[in-house]
Write a protein that binds this ligand. Structure first.
Ligand SMILES: Cc1cc2nc3c(=O)[nH]c(=O)nc-3n(C[C@H](O)[C@H](O)[C@H](O)COP(=O)(O)OP(=O)(O)OC[C@H]3O[C@@H](n4cnc5c(N)ncnc54)[C@H](O)[C@@H]3O)c2cc1C
Length: 83
């Protein structure tokens, strides 16, 4: 869920999901996705109804390797090593 400008306030999410035929196209940037770089799938919250803010969010299961999906900066957090 978390984005650079949306932490405690999910209403700040700007990642969007737009329907394109039978598929959704997601556009956005997420951060602090625990174990995201290792996972085969990740749960991504994106706005399908942006006018509803946080209530317009839907959750998508995205497979690693999906075109356009990439892993960015790996955060070196103290205390999350056991995860
Ligand atoms: C190690 C780690 C792993 C994480 N893993 C994930 C993950 O896997 N997936 C994911 O989506 N996110 C993850 N997060 C992100 C986490 O959910 C966010 O850090 C959290 O939502 C807080 O957002 P923020 O850091 O932007 O802080 P902010 O929202 O900027 O909050 C900063 C401070 O203000 C306080 N505050 C915020 N809003 C209010 C308010 N309305 N009233 C009073 N006080 C307020 C907060 O309590 C906090 O003390 C992870 C974070 C860390 C550190």
């Amino acid at each position: 869920m978390t984005e650079p400008n949306a932490g405690s306030d999910a209403g700040g999410c700007v990642t969007v999901a737009e329907k394109d035929g039978d598929e959704y196209v997601l556009n956005g940037l997420k951060c602090f996705n625990t174990n995201g770089p290792l996972a085969d799938y990740t749960a991504v919250y994106a706005l399908t109804e942006p006018e509803k803010k946080a209530k317009g969010l839907s959750c998508f299961v995205v497979k690693k390797g999906t075109p356009g999906f990439s892993v960015g900066k790996i955060e070196d957090k103290m205390g999350i090593r056991s995860a």
